[in-house]
Design a protein around this ligand. Structure first.
Ligand SMILES: Cc1cc2nc3c(=O)[nH]c(=O)nc-3n(C[C@H](O)[C@H](O)[C@H](O)COP(=O)(O)OP(=O)(O)OC[C@H]3O[C@@H](n4cnc5c(N)ncnc54)[C@H](O)[C@@H]3O)c2cc1C
Length: 460
């Protein structure tokens, strides 16, 4: 590859903190709030003009993983419960009690943005929006500062403990720490996808919804659209004046700018293909319109930190429990084929046009699990061990959200937002304890960490 040489330069220090959280998504903002509440001087760095990650920028909803599998028993509380109650007070989410009866917590992304702002402000987190983490400066094995770029130029943010909540393990990767990416055998990650809101039509009754979904399913079979399901009338978000559809999918690498660019444009094209079809050919949808597409294409999976332990698919299936548990998950091994062909990938034998040339099919088909085998036991959950948040190489780094240490199958369950928020709360609490005790995150007393999490309302 052709290269150019950047001249070295002195860079101003923008800020200094005990805990520096990079990324303000479901894995990031709870970490910052928890760290600040436990007395650490905390900075959160976020590339967009708002926090929430895919929950806001991706319009992803509902929040999954808050109850045990097929049960209304909560497995995550703490900051997730507080966020839900604050959104409920704004008329933009169900009450916590109501949410336990639902498979996911529906919410309004705009309410989430302002709730996160408030929680960060009240906890005393210094938030730097419009700021991209671009590099790290190390002292020995540890990170001394992250380099950031924003409208003011290039600056450094100095810290003691760093939380990588970028979703793509940008901090760990730039620090030269080992990271994994997708499937063990070919490094391909789950397909990307996105949500869009559709409005401008009268919402039909249940019978008509079924008919209309069948209509789109038929068009999918004919190859007219590339969606992975027909649910354009699904209401994943809280308000009911629009639908919030989770239908799109695009194979590609979310850490490749060319793949991201292609994915954004492909998804928009598909959404508009659907809208034109609905307007021209489906009664009642003559005036429908795209209220909004997501701010960014959603990566389901990309780089992940390598920690002393990696959560596995088997851990999910058997509802594994660990002595160093710091969060609970209940979502299943939910894998979208990396090539954007089948969903779930375990059904690829039946429908995949790649047939026997697919690397997944070649390497896995003899040990392919059935649908029933992809879930934790009914009424149960799996623990996320603290070791999944540590880096084997960088002692003052903690991972959070979807870049914790897990296999492709393990991350397929742990990636949902309820679990990411529980992990985030644990990462921030651990970071604050490490600073207070003057130890590395890996030397934090985990039984004390669990005790503090319990005192803060978390279920561990
Ligand atoms: C199509 C799709 C459907 C999904 N459906 C659901 C669902 O129904 N329910 C559910 O619970 N989960 C769902 N998920 C999963 C869930 O949305 C994510 O796994 C979760 O949001 C991960 O949280 P995170 O904080 O780790 O990462 P993200 O949500 O990606 O947040 C990362 C944050 O870091 C910021 N950032 C990234 N890099 C940098 C940088 N270098 N510098 C500064 N800031 C940076 C980003 O702007 C973002 O705010 C879905 C995901 C996708 C893609």
């Amino acid at each position: 590859m052709r290269t150019v040489t950047e001249p070295s330069r002195e860079v101003p220090v923008l800020a200094e903190a005990d805990v520096v959280v990079c990324g303000g998504g479901p894995g990031g903002f709870p970490a910052a709030v928890a760290a600040a509440r436990h007395g650490a001087k905390t900075i959160l760095i976020e590339r967009y003009g708002f926090m929430g990650g895919l929950a806001t920028a991706g319009l992803v909803a509902p929040i999954l993983g808050h109850t045990a599998h097929e049960s209304d028993t909560p497995i995550v509380q703490g900051i997730l419960k507080e966020v839900t109650e604050r959104m409920h007070a704004l008329g933009c989410a169900p009450s916590w009690k109501e949410s336990l009866r639902e498979w996911g917590i529906r919410f309004d992304a705009e309410a989430l943005k302002v709730v996160i702002d408030e929680m960060c402000r009240e906890a005393g987190v210094e938030v730097l929006l419009h700021t991209l983490v671009v590099d790290v400066v190390k002292e020995g094995d540890s990170i001394a500062a992250v380099m950031v770029e924003n409208k003011s130029g290039r600056q450094a943010v100095v810290g003691k403990v760093f939380v990588d909540a970028t979703g793509d393990a940008d901090v760990a990767y730039r620090a030269g720490a080992p990271t994994t990416h997708g499937r063990a055998f070919d490094s391909r990650n789950q397909a990307m996808g996105s949500f869009f809101h559709l409005a401008g039509f009268g919402y039909p009754d249940t019978k008509r919804v079924k008919e209309l979904h069948k209509l789109i399913r038929d068009r999918l079979r004919e190859g007219r659209f590339r969606f992975y399901n027909e649910g354009f009338l699904n209401r994943n978000a809280y308000h009911t004046d629009h639908t919030s559809a989770n239908m799109t999918r695009v194979g590609g690498d979310p850490t490749s700018v060319r793949d991201l660019t292609r994915a954004e444009m492909e998804v928009r094209r598909e959404v508009w293909k659907l809208v034109r079809y609905l307007r021209e050919e489906v009664r009642g949808f003559e005036d429908c319109y795209v209220q909004q597409t997501s701010f960014q294409i959603g990566p389901r999976e990309s780089r992940q930190v390598v920690g002393p332990y990696a959560l596995t698919g088997d851990d999910i299936r058997r509802g594994a429990k660990f002595e160093d548990a710091i969060a609970r998950g209940s979502w299943w091994i939910d894998i979208h084929c990396p090539l954007g062909r089948t969903y779930p990938v375990h059904l690829c034998t039946a429908e995949c046009p790649e047939g026997n040339s697919c690397p997944y099919w070649i390497s896995q088909h003899e040990s392919m699990l059935s649908m029933e085998e992809l879930f934790p036991p009914k009424g149960d959950w799996y623990d996320i061990p603290y070791r999944c948040l540590l880096s084997v190489a960088v002692p003052n780094l903690l991972a959070s959200g979807r870049c914790i240490s897990a296999t492709h199958e393990g991350m397929a369950g742990a990636r949902v937002m309820g679990t990411c928020m529980a992990v985030g709360q644990a990462a921030g609490t651990a970071a604050a304890l490490a600073v207070a005790e003057g130890v590395r995150p890996g030397d934090v007393d985990v039984s004390r960490l669990r005790e503090v999490l319990r005192e803060d309302g978390q279920l561990v």
